[in-house]
Every structure is written in C-alpha cells, then in structure tokens.
Ligand binder design. Structure first.
Ligand SMILES: NC(=O)c1ccc[n+]([C@@H]2O[C@H](COP(=O)([O-])OP(=O)(O)OC[C@H]3O[C@@H](n4cnc5c(N)ncnc54)[C@H](OP(=O)(O)O)[C@@H]3O)[C@@H](O)[C@H]2O)c1
Length: 270
C-alpha cells in the first residue's frame, strides 16, 4: 500500500497522511525507522515529551527523508523563551533545522503577537522551516494569524478521532477554507479505537469491528482512515511496536466507502 500524501497548508510541501507521534514513545529506534521506511516520514515530538534526544538518534541515519516536527512548551512563550527553547530542541534533536515548529498550547498570560514574533524570527534565521500551532481554537488561531507579518501558520495540531469530533463544528471547516492543515492527535483514542476494552463491552466498538471486517482492515486502520478521509487532515498515531507501526501505516492508500463512513459516524456521533 502506498502512503497517501497531503499538502501542508499552502506551502506546496507534501506530507504523509499518517505520520508518527512520540508522546510516551518508548520503542527505541526501530518502530520510527520502520514507519519512515513505509512513508510515514512526519515525526512529531515536543520539548514537553523529553524524548528529543532519543527521537534525534532514531532519525539520524535517515534525517533527509524525515519531516521533523517539534513544539515549544505552552509556558515558554515569551520572546526570549521561544528562541531558547528552539535552540535547545535543535541541540537535543541534533539537527540544524526543524521542519515544523509548533506552539504546543496557547497561553493567555503571554500576548500571542510576542510569541509569533519569535516564531517568525526562527523562520527568518533558518532554524525552522514552517510555523504551526497546537490546541488552538478557531478564535485563537485567527488571533495568531493576525499577528503574523511574514510567514503563514501552516498547521494546527488538535485532538480528533471518531470519539472526539468537536473540531467539526468550527475549527475544521475554518482550517479547510484557510489552508491550515489539521494534524489530528490521539486518533486511536489512546488505543481504545484499536483494541476492544476488556473491562466493559462497547456497542460502538462492535460496529467499528464489523466495518473493519467488511473492509478487510483492522479497527485501528479503519479509525485512522476515517480521520484522514477528511480534506486537509493528517494524523500521527503513536506506537512502541514495529508490527503496529506497519499496521498503522497500512491505514493509508485506500478509502472507506461512503456507507462505512456513514455507519461509523452513526456509531460515534459528533
Ligand atoms: N499536541 C498535543 O497536545 C498532543 C496531545 C496528545 C498527543 N499528541 C501527539 O499525538 C500522538 C498520538 O496520540 P496519543 O499517543 O495520545 O494516542 P493514540 O495514538 O491515539 O494512541 C496511542 C496508544 O494506542 C496504542 N496503539 C497504537 N497503535 C495501535 C494499534 N495498531 N493497535 C493497538 N493499539 C495501538 C499505543 O500502544 P503501544 O505504544 O503499546 O502500541 C498507545 O497506547 C502523540 O504521540 C503525540 O505525538 C499531541
């Protein structure tokens, strides 16, 4: 199965619709390297995850193939703090440039214009290629966009899965209309859209399993494919295992039928 690519904002750069998340990643180099080899070459980390050294080592032999994303912590958003955090991330990742640098969380105590001035400075200095945000509402994103003077905001990384469809009301349509790629995090709802709960039977999961059987896919693949079936949405599941990395990468390169999408959305309403 070939990994499907999608445009990153209006940059003209293409990124895989399934990338690799690393929050609580403990897999060593192999799962990330296997994912990159399968075309899931967007690797997402963060200052907060405290694994930039490990991620940097994993991608080192294949750095040129990787679209590397990291984030500045939501309480490091003063101008000087952003510059310092970016320098630290580059050092830990052992790279000269990060492809996507994201503001991890909005912080109402720091004017967004101050943060974005620092983000633009990093882009001007060539330390980051593109600027993104994360966990920004539509209003927060619009405010951040108004603060930009030279560079666009290309992405907003937010919670999105069959179990968490809140962005569909306002944020998703706004981003689709304004060339801001949604990077959907926790797309497997922490694994509960991949593996049946042993604690309590879930009627909704039974429908997901049924759709998966009919489509000849696994529940995880169906859950990921549903997320990426939206225009302008890519996703970054996390797994420590090579086998699950292969499974998640094979969530790309095909599409659920409209009938399957309808049944999933009925089982997991917005
Ligand atoms: N920007 C933010 O504020 C924010 C917040 C949360 C997450 N994120 C990003 O989004 C990434 C993904 O989100 P997430 O880690 O919260 O949740 P997730 O990807 O929805 O779920 C991860 C969990 O699912 C399991 N899993 C993965 N693939 C599976 C498969 N094929 N079959 C069965 N189980 C599977 C993993 O277990 P194993 O590892 O044991 O396989 C892990 O426990 C993060 O790693 C991070 O990069 C960003």
């Amino acid at each position: 199965m070939t990994m499907q690519l999608k445009p990153l904002g209006a940059t003209g750069v293409m990124v895989p619709e399934v990338g690799l998340g690393t929050w609580k990643y403990r897999g060593g180099p192999e799962p990330l390297r296997r994912g990159i080899a399968l075309g899931a070459n967007l690797v997402d980390t963060a200052e907060m995850y405290r694994n930039e050294v490990e991620v940097g080592k994993a991608i080192a032999p294949v750095r040129e193939q990787v679209f590397l994303a990291t984030k500045v912590l939501g309480n490091h958003l003063r101008y000087d703090e952003v510059l310092r955090a970016a320098e630290d991330s580059l050092r830990k990742l052992n790279v000269d440039v990060v492809d996507l640098y994201q503001v991890h969380w909005p912080n109402s105590r720091v004017p967004i214009a101050e943060t974005m001035r620092a983000m633009e400075e990093l882009a001007d200095r060539g330390m980051v290629r593109y600027i993104g945000v994360s966990n920004f509402s539509r209003a927060e994103l619009q405010e951040a966009q108004r603060a930009m003077t030279r560079h666009p905001i290309v992405s907003n990384q937010v919670l999105y899965s069959l179990k968490a469809r809140e962005i569909e009301a306002q944020l998703l349509p706004y981003c689709q209309e304004n060339d801001v790629t949604i990077i959907a995090y926790t797309p497997l709802a922490d694994g509960s859209l991949a593996v049946k709960s042993r604690l309590r039977p879930d009627r909704r999961f039974r429908e997901l399993e049924q759709v998966a059987r009919e489509a000849g896919k696994t529940p995880a693949q169906v859950a990921l494919n549903w997320v990426t079936s939206r225009d302008g949405v890519i996703t970054i599941p996390k797994t420590n295992s090579v086998a699950r990395t292969e499974e998640n990468c094979a969530a790309s390169g095909w599409r659920l039928s409209p009938e399957h999408v309808r049944r999933l959305e009925e089982a997991y309403p917005a």
